[in-house]
Design a protein around this ligand. Sequence first.
Ligand SMILES: *Cc1c(COP(=O)(O)O)cnc(C)c1O
Length: 355
Amino acid sequence: MLPISITLSEHLKEKPQDESKLGFGRIFTDHMFIMDYDPENGWHDARIVPYQNFSMDPASVVIHYGQAIFEGSKCYRTADGSLQLFRPSANFARMTRSAERMGMPALDEETALEGLKQLIRVEADWVPHQEGTSLYIRPTMISTDVQLGVHASKTYRFFIILSPVGSYYKNGLQPVSIYVEDKYVRAVRGGTGFTKCAGNYAASILAGEIAEKKGYSQVLWLDGVEQKYVEEVGSMNMMFAYGNKIVTPMLNGSILPGITRDSILTLARQLGYETEEKRIAISDVFADGHAGKLTEAFGTGTAAVISPVGELLMEDDKLIFQDGKIGPVAQKLYDTLTGIQYGRLPDENHWIVKI
Ligand SMILES: *Cc1c(COP(=O)(O)O)cnc(C)c1O
Protein backbone atom coordinates (compact mmCIF):
# COMPACT_ATOMS: atom_id res chain seq x y z
CA MET A 1 0.00 0.00 0.00
CA LEU A 2 1.25 3.49 -0.84
CA PRO A 3 1.96 6.10 1.84
CA ILE A 4 -0.70 8.84 1.79
CA SER A 5 0.21 12.48 2.46
CA ILE A 6 -2.35 14.95 3.77
CA THR A 7 -2.44 18.69 3.04
CA LEU A 8 -5.31 20.41 4.82
CA SER A 9 -7.24 23.30 3.31
CA GLU A 10 -6.80 26.70 4.94
CA HIS A 11 -10.19 27.94 3.78
CA LEU A 12 -12.99 25.61 4.84
CA LYS A 13 -16.29 26.01 3.06
CA GLU A 14 -19.52 26.71 4.86
CA LYS A 15 -21.47 23.49 5.39
CA PRO A 16 -25.06 23.34 4.12
CA GLN A 17 -27.48 24.57 6.80
CA ASP A 18 -30.65 22.83 5.69
CA GLU A 19 -30.09 19.10 5.19
CA SER A 20 -33.55 18.70 3.67
CA LYS A 21 -32.37 20.72 0.65
CA LEU A 22 -29.12 18.89 -0.15
CA GLY A 23 -30.28 17.44 -3.45
CA PHE A 24 -27.84 15.17 -5.25
CA GLY A 25 -24.24 15.88 -6.25
CA ARG A 26 -24.25 19.68 -6.20
CA ILE A 27 -22.11 20.41 -3.12
CA PHE A 28 -18.54 19.14 -2.64
CA THR A 29 -16.44 18.87 0.51
CA ASP A 30 -13.14 20.63 1.35
CA HIS A 31 -10.69 17.90 0.31
CA MET A 32 -10.13 15.20 -2.30
CA PHE A 33 -7.94 12.12 -2.67
CA ILE A 34 -5.65 11.80 -5.71
CA MET A 35 -3.07 9.31 -6.97
CA ASP A 36 -1.33 9.19 -10.35
CA TYR A 37 -0.15 6.40 -12.62
CA ASP A 38 2.64 6.02 -15.14
CA PRO A 39 4.27 2.85 -16.51
CA GLU A 40 7.62 3.41 -14.71
CA ASN A 41 6.22 4.09 -11.26
CA GLY A 42 2.80 2.41 -11.34
CA TRP A 43 0.37 4.14 -8.98
CA HIS A 44 2.22 6.77 -6.97
CA ASP A 45 1.95 10.06 -5.12
CA ALA A 46 -1.18 9.18 -3.11
CA ARG A 47 -2.38 12.34 -1.43
CA ILE A 48 -5.26 14.12 0.23
CA VAL A 49 -5.32 17.76 -0.86
CA PRO A 50 -7.75 20.70 -0.79
CA TYR A 51 -10.60 20.29 -3.31
CA GLN A 52 -9.42 22.16 -6.40
CA ASN A 53 -9.62 22.47 -10.18
CA PHE A 54 -7.47 20.31 -12.43
CA SER A 55 -5.38 22.05 -15.05
CA MET A 56 -5.46 20.05 -18.30
CA ASP A 57 -3.97 20.34 -21.75
CA PRO A 58 -6.77 20.66 -24.36
CA ALA A 59 -5.24 17.66 -26.19
CA SER A 60 -5.66 15.35 -23.15
CA VAL A 61 -6.89 11.92 -24.28
CA VAL A 62 -9.85 11.88 -21.89
CA ILE A 63 -11.36 15.00 -23.45
CA HIS A 64 -11.33 13.58 -26.98
CA TYR A 65 -11.84 9.84 -26.57
CA GLY A 66 -13.57 9.60 -23.22
CA GLN A 67 -11.24 7.16 -21.52
CA ALA A 68 -12.88 7.69 -18.13
CA ILE A 69 -14.54 5.42 -15.56
CA PHE A 70 -16.20 6.13 -12.24
CA GLU A 71 -17.86 4.55 -9.23
CA GLY A 72 -20.58 5.54 -6.77
CA SER A 73 -20.75 4.59 -3.11
CA LYS A 74 -21.92 6.15 0.16
CA CYS A 75 -20.86 6.81 3.74
CA TYR A 76 -23.68 6.64 6.31
CA ARG A 77 -23.99 8.18 9.78
CA THR A 78 -25.50 5.84 12.37
CA ALA A 79 -27.74 6.89 15.28
CA ASP A 80 -24.74 6.95 17.68
CA GLY A 81 -22.87 9.28 15.30
CA SER A 82 -20.36 6.72 13.98
CA LEU A 83 -19.62 6.56 10.26
CA GLN A 84 -19.75 3.51 8.03
CA LEU A 85 -19.20 2.48 4.44
CA PHE A 86 -21.21 -0.19 2.59
CA ARG A 87 -19.20 -2.79 0.59
CA PRO A 88 -16.56 -0.24 -0.57
CA SER A 89 -14.20 -2.98 -1.79
CA ALA A 90 -16.87 -4.15 -4.23
CA ASN A 91 -16.79 -0.71 -5.86
CA PHE A 92 -13.00 -0.70 -6.23
CA ALA A 93 -13.03 -4.26 -7.59
CA ARG A 94 -15.65 -3.21 -10.15
CA MET A 95 -13.51 -0.20 -11.09
CA THR A 96 -10.63 -2.56 -11.87
CA ARG A 97 -12.99 -4.58 -14.14
CA SER A 98 -14.12 -1.37 -15.85
CA ALA A 99 -10.47 -0.32 -16.23
CA GLU A 100 -9.55 -3.59 -17.91
CA ARG A 101 -12.28 -3.18 -20.55
CA MET A 102 -11.22 0.41 -21.22
CA GLY A 103 -7.51 -0.40 -21.61
CA MET A 104 -6.72 1.38 -18.34
CA PRO A 105 -4.46 0.10 -15.51
CA ALA A 106 -5.90 -1.94 -12.64
CA LEU A 107 -6.62 0.24 -9.63
CA ASP A 108 -4.41 -0.05 -6.52
CA GLU A 109 -7.52 -1.09 -4.61
CA GLU A 110 -5.83 -1.25 -1.21
CA THR A 111 -4.49 2.31 -1.41
CA ALA A 112 -7.82 3.52 -2.83
CA LEU A 113 -9.71 2.05 0.17
CA GLU A 114 -7.23 3.43 2.70
CA GLY A 115 -7.28 6.81 0.91
CA LEU A 116 -11.08 6.82 1.07
CA LYS A 117 -11.11 6.03 4.80
CA GLN A 118 -8.57 8.75 5.56
CA LEU A 119 -10.45 11.25 3.37
CA ILE A 120 -13.71 10.49 5.21
CA ARG A 121 -11.94 10.97 8.57
CA VAL A 122 -10.78 14.42 7.38
CA GLU A 123 -14.32 15.23 6.15
CA ALA A 124 -16.29 13.54 8.98
CA ASP A 125 -18.28 16.71 9.75
CA TRP A 126 -19.59 16.71 6.17
CA VAL A 127 -21.54 13.46 6.64
CA PRO A 128 -25.11 14.70 7.10
CA HIS A 129 -27.33 13.63 10.02
CA GLN A 130 -30.90 13.63 8.76
CA GLU A 131 -32.76 10.40 7.90
CA GLY A 132 -32.11 9.34 4.30
CA THR A 133 -29.05 11.58 3.84
CA SER A 134 -25.48 10.38 3.32
CA LEU A 135 -22.08 11.40 1.99
CA TYR A 136 -21.90 10.29 -1.65
CA ILE A 137 -18.48 9.01 -2.77
CA ARG A 138 -17.39 9.44 -6.37
CA PRO A 139 -14.12 7.64 -7.28
CA THR A 140 -13.03 8.42 -10.85
CA MET A 141 -10.14 7.40 -13.15
CA ILE A 142 -9.19 9.44 -16.23
CA SER A 143 -6.48 9.23 -18.86
CA THR A 144 -4.06 12.15 -18.86
CA ASP A 145 -1.72 11.66 -21.86
CA VAL A 146 -1.49 14.60 -24.25
CA GLN A 147 -1.82 13.30 -27.83
CA LEU A 148 -4.50 13.01 -30.51
CA GLY A 149 -3.79 9.46 -31.67
CA VAL A 150 -6.39 6.89 -30.62
CA HIS A 151 -4.19 4.84 -28.29
CA ALA A 152 -4.41 3.88 -24.66
CA SER A 153 -2.93 6.61 -22.55
CA LYS A 154 0.24 5.83 -20.59
CA THR A 155 -0.61 8.10 -17.69
CA TYR A 156 -3.74 8.18 -15.56
CA ARG A 157 -5.18 9.97 -12.58
CA PHE A 158 -7.44 8.42 -9.95
CA PHE A 159 -9.35 10.71 -7.60
CA ILE A 160 -12.16 10.60 -5.06
CA ILE A 161 -14.52 13.49 -4.39
CA LEU A 162 -17.31 13.59 -1.79
CA SER A 163 -20.75 15.18 -1.84
CA PRO A 164 -23.32 15.37 0.98
CA VAL A 165 -26.61 14.21 -0.52
CA GLY A 166 -30.26 14.01 0.35
CA SER A 167 -32.61 11.64 -1.33
CA TYR A 168 -31.76 10.97 -5.00
CA TYR A 169 -35.24 11.79 -6.20
CA LYS A 170 -36.84 15.14 -5.47
CA ASN A 171 -39.91 13.44 -4.07
CA GLY A 172 -38.09 10.96 -1.79
CA LEU A 173 -39.28 7.36 -1.87
CA GLN A 174 -42.22 8.24 -4.11
CA PRO A 175 -42.68 5.85 -7.02
CA VAL A 176 -41.23 7.07 -10.32
CA SER A 177 -42.72 6.91 -13.80
CA ILE A 178 -40.54 5.24 -16.36
CA TYR A 179 -40.56 5.37 -20.12
CA VAL A 180 -39.62 2.24 -22.08
CA GLU A 181 -37.14 3.39 -24.72
CA ASP A 182 -37.78 1.61 -28.02
CA LYS A 183 -35.71 3.72 -30.42
CA TYR A 184 -32.29 4.27 -28.85
CA VAL A 185 -30.19 1.59 -27.15
CA ARG A 186 -27.67 1.86 -24.33
CA ALA A 187 -25.31 -1.09 -24.77
CA VAL A 188 -24.74 -4.33 -26.64
CA ARG A 189 -22.96 -7.54 -25.77
CA GLY A 190 -19.23 -7.11 -26.37
CA GLY A 191 -19.54 -3.38 -25.70
CA THR A 192 -19.05 -1.46 -22.47
CA GLY A 193 -22.45 -1.92 -20.79
CA PHE A 194 -20.99 -3.79 -17.82
CA THR A 195 -18.56 -0.96 -17.03
CA LYS A 196 -19.20 2.39 -15.39
CA CYS A 197 -17.50 4.25 -18.23
CA ALA A 198 -18.37 7.88 -18.93
CA GLY A 199 -19.38 7.18 -22.54
CA ASN A 200 -22.30 4.97 -21.52
CA TYR A 201 -23.90 7.95 -19.82
CA ALA A 202 -23.09 10.42 -22.61
CA ALA A 203 -24.93 8.11 -25.02
CA SER A 204 -27.96 7.93 -22.71
CA ILE A 205 -28.55 11.64 -22.16
CA LEU A 206 -30.69 12.34 -25.24
CA ALA A 207 -33.19 9.55 -24.45
CA GLY A 208 -33.38 10.83 -20.87
CA GLU A 209 -34.16 14.35 -22.07
CA ILE A 210 -36.93 13.12 -24.38
CA ALA A 211 -38.48 11.01 -21.60
CA GLU A 212 -38.36 13.98 -19.21
CA LYS A 213 -40.21 16.19 -21.71
CA LYS A 214 -42.93 13.55 -21.78
CA GLY A 215 -43.17 13.69 -17.99
CA TYR A 216 -41.18 10.54 -17.18
CA SER A 217 -38.24 10.64 -14.81
CA GLN A 218 -36.14 7.81 -16.27
CA VAL A 219 -35.72 5.55 -19.27
CA LEU A 220 -35.95 1.76 -19.22
CA TRP A 221 -33.50 0.35 -21.74
CA LEU A 222 -34.20 -2.73 -23.81
CA ASP A 223 -31.51 -5.04 -25.23
CA GLY A 224 -29.46 -3.51 -28.02
CA VAL A 225 -30.08 -6.27 -30.60
CA GLU A 226 -33.79 -7.13 -30.69
CA GLN A 227 -35.11 -4.43 -28.36
CA LYS A 228 -37.36 -7.04 -26.78
CA TYR A 229 -35.74 -7.77 -23.43
CA VAL A 230 -35.47 -5.64 -20.30
CA GLU A 231 -31.95 -4.40 -19.52
CA GLU A 232 -31.97 -1.69 -16.85
CA VAL A 233 -32.84 1.90 -16.00
CA GLY A 234 -30.40 4.86 -16.30
CA SER A 235 -28.47 4.20 -13.10
CA MET A 236 -30.48 1.34 -11.59
CA ASN A 237 -30.97 -2.36 -12.16
CA MET A 238 -34.59 -3.48 -12.56
CA MET A 239 -36.50 -5.99 -10.45
CA PHE A 240 -40.06 -7.30 -10.74
CA ALA A 241 -42.12 -8.98 -8.01
CA TYR A 242 -44.65 -11.70 -8.74
CA GLY A 243 -46.11 -11.86 -5.24
CA ASN A 244 -43.20 -13.24 -3.20
CA LYS A 245 -41.03 -14.10 -6.18
CA ILE A 246 -38.51 -11.54 -7.42
CA VAL A 247 -37.19 -11.70 -10.97
CA THR A 248 -34.43 -9.58 -12.46
CA PRO A 249 -32.54 -9.57 -15.77
CA MET A 250 -29.52 -11.86 -15.63
CA LEU A 251 -26.05 -10.34 -16.01
CA ASN A 252 -25.30 -10.68 -19.71
CA GLY A 253 -22.36 -8.32 -20.28
CA SER A 254 -24.47 -5.37 -21.38
CA ILE A 255 -26.02 -4.45 -18.02
CA LEU A 256 -24.18 -3.04 -15.05
CA PRO A 257 -23.59 -5.56 -12.25
CA GLY A 258 -25.01 -3.43 -9.45
CA ILE A 259 -23.79 -3.85 -5.89
CA THR A 260 -27.28 -2.91 -4.69
CA ARG A 261 -28.72 -5.54 -7.07
CA ASP A 262 -26.45 -8.19 -5.58
CA SER A 263 -27.20 -7.05 -2.00
CA ILE A 264 -30.97 -7.00 -2.59
CA LEU A 265 -30.94 -10.48 -4.16
CA THR A 266 -28.96 -11.80 -1.17
CA LEU A 267 -31.25 -10.15 1.39
CA ALA A 268 -34.37 -11.24 -0.50
CA ARG A 269 -33.29 -14.90 -0.28
CA GLN A 270 -32.44 -14.49 3.40
CA LEU A 271 -35.90 -12.98 3.98
CA GLY A 272 -37.55 -15.98 2.32
CA TYR A 273 -38.40 -14.53 -1.10
CA GLU A 274 -37.77 -16.67 -4.14
CA THR A 275 -35.40 -15.01 -6.66
CA GLU A 276 -34.68 -15.68 -10.31
CA GLU A 277 -32.19 -14.09 -12.73
CA LYS A 278 -33.27 -14.55 -16.33
CA ARG A 279 -33.99 -12.91 -19.66
CA ILE A 280 -37.23 -10.92 -19.28
CA ALA A 281 -39.28 -9.98 -22.34
CA ILE A 282 -40.88 -6.53 -22.06
CA SER A 283 -44.04 -7.99 -23.67
CA ASP A 284 -44.31 -10.43 -20.72
CA VAL A 285 -43.91 -7.55 -18.26
CA PHE A 286 -46.91 -5.77 -19.80
CA ALA A 287 -48.99 -8.97 -20.21
CA ASP A 288 -48.27 -10.15 -16.64
CA GLY A 289 -48.82 -6.66 -15.27
CA HIS A 290 -52.22 -6.30 -16.95
CA ALA A 291 -53.14 -9.84 -15.80
CA GLY A 292 -52.34 -8.87 -12.21
CA LYS A 293 -49.62 -11.53 -11.80
CA LEU A 294 -46.75 -9.05 -11.83
CA THR A 295 -47.39 -7.02 -8.70
CA GLU A 296 -44.41 -4.67 -8.28
CA ALA A 297 -41.53 -3.16 -10.21
CA PHE A 298 -38.57 -1.33 -8.68
CA GLY A 299 -35.07 -0.16 -9.49
CA THR A 300 -31.99 -0.77 -7.33
CA GLY A 301 -28.86 1.41 -7.17
CA THR A 302 -26.58 3.14 -4.67
CA ALA A 303 -27.95 6.61 -5.31
CA ALA A 304 -31.64 5.81 -4.81
CA VAL A 305 -31.23 2.44 -2.95
CA ILE A 306 -34.67 1.25 -4.08
CA SER A 307 -36.92 3.23 -6.33
CA PRO A 308 -40.43 1.85 -6.77
CA VAL A 309 -41.91 2.17 -10.25
CA GLY A 310 -45.41 3.61 -10.16
CA GLU A 311 -45.97 3.74 -13.89
CA LEU A 312 -44.38 2.16 -16.94
CA LEU A 313 -45.19 3.46 -20.42
CA MET A 314 -44.38 1.78 -23.73
CA GLU A 315 -45.79 3.42 -26.84
CA ASP A 316 -49.42 3.86 -25.71
CA ASP A 317 -49.53 0.92 -23.31
CA LYS A 318 -49.44 2.02 -19.69
CA LEU A 319 -48.98 -0.11 -16.56
CA ILE A 320 -49.70 1.22 -13.08
CA PHE A 321 -48.22 -0.65 -10.11
CA GLN A 322 -49.69 -0.64 -6.58
CA ASP A 323 -51.97 2.33 -7.42
CA GLY A 324 -48.82 4.42 -7.87
CA LYS A 325 -47.61 3.76 -4.30
CA ILE A 326 -44.70 1.71 -2.98
CA GLY A 327 -45.50 -2.03 -2.72
CA PRO A 328 -44.84 -4.34 0.25
CA VAL A 329 -41.85 -6.18 -1.29
CA ALA A 330 -40.00 -2.97 -2.24
CA GLN A 331 -40.79 -1.48 1.18
CA LYS A 332 -39.51 -4.55 3.07
CA LEU A 333 -36.29 -4.69 1.05
CA TYR A 334 -35.75 -0.94 1.35
CA ASP A 335 -36.23 -1.05 5.13
CA THR A 336 -33.87 -4.02 5.45
CA LEU A 337 -31.05 -2.67 3.29
CA THR A 338 -31.19 0.89 4.65
CA GLY A 339 -31.47 -0.61 8.17
CA ILE A 340 -28.10 -2.29 7.65
CA GLN A 341 -26.54 0.76 5.99
CA TYR A 342 -27.58 3.09 8.84
CA GLY A 343 -26.65 0.57 11.54
CA ARG A 344 -30.23 -0.09 12.75
CA LEU A 345 -30.09 -3.77 11.78
CA PRO A 346 -27.30 -6.33 12.33
CA ASP A 347 -24.85 -6.73 9.46
CA GLU A 348 -24.93 -10.50 9.11
CA ASN A 349 -23.29 -10.48 5.68
CA HIS A 350 -20.23 -8.45 6.83
CA TRP A 351 -20.90 -5.67 4.35
CA ILE A 352 -20.19 -2.74 6.65
CA VAL A 353 -16.76 -1.13 6.98
CA LYS A 354 -16.54 1.16 10.01
CA ILE A 355 -14.55 4.37 9.69
C1 LIG B 1 -24.25 2.48 -11.03
C2 LIG B 1 -25.27 1.84 -11.89
C3 LIG B 1 -26.19 0.90 -11.40
C4 LIG B 1 -26.30 0.56 -9.95
O1 LIG B 1 -25.15 0.01 -9.41
P1 LIG B 1 -24.93 0.01 -7.83
O2 LIG B 1 -23.63 -0.65 -7.64
O3 LIG B 1 -26.05 -0.72 -7.24
O4 LIG B 1 -24.93 1.45 -7.42
C5 LIG B 1 -27.05 0.29 -12.30
N1 LIG B 1 -27.02 0.59 -13.61
C6 LIG B 1 -26.16 1.50 -14.12
C7 LIG B 1 -26.18 1.78 -15.56
C8 LIG B 1 -25.28 2.15 -13.26
O5 LIG B 1 -24.45 3.08 -13.75
